[in-house]
Write a protein that binds this ligand. Sequence first.
Ligand SMILES: [Zn+2]
Length: 104
Amino acid sequence: MSSADHGPTVRGMPPASGAHPHCDDLAERIERFLDGELDAEQVRELDEHLDDCLPCTTERELRARIRELVREGCAERAPADLIDRVRARLTAVAAGPDAGDDGD
Ligand SMILES: [Zn+2]
């Protein structure tokens, strides 16, 4: 009784909760955005997505920040440790509902 034609019912599990289907592609686009390689329309699309997607917004902040730090440090690329730190920091900020005591 080994019917192999049962049909593969392998459903792809949803990625992260609330993640957009294009988020994976967005990372690359963000890189290009930071490189100034996107045209106006692409920037607008990216902006629209970021407006609605916190993970991607965090990703952009992370990448932008890292570029700054790398430029300041005159390093060719950011060490993994630095990326990890910045990412953790940004994630914490993004997770906190009231991260910022900017009252008056
Ligand atoms: Zn996204």
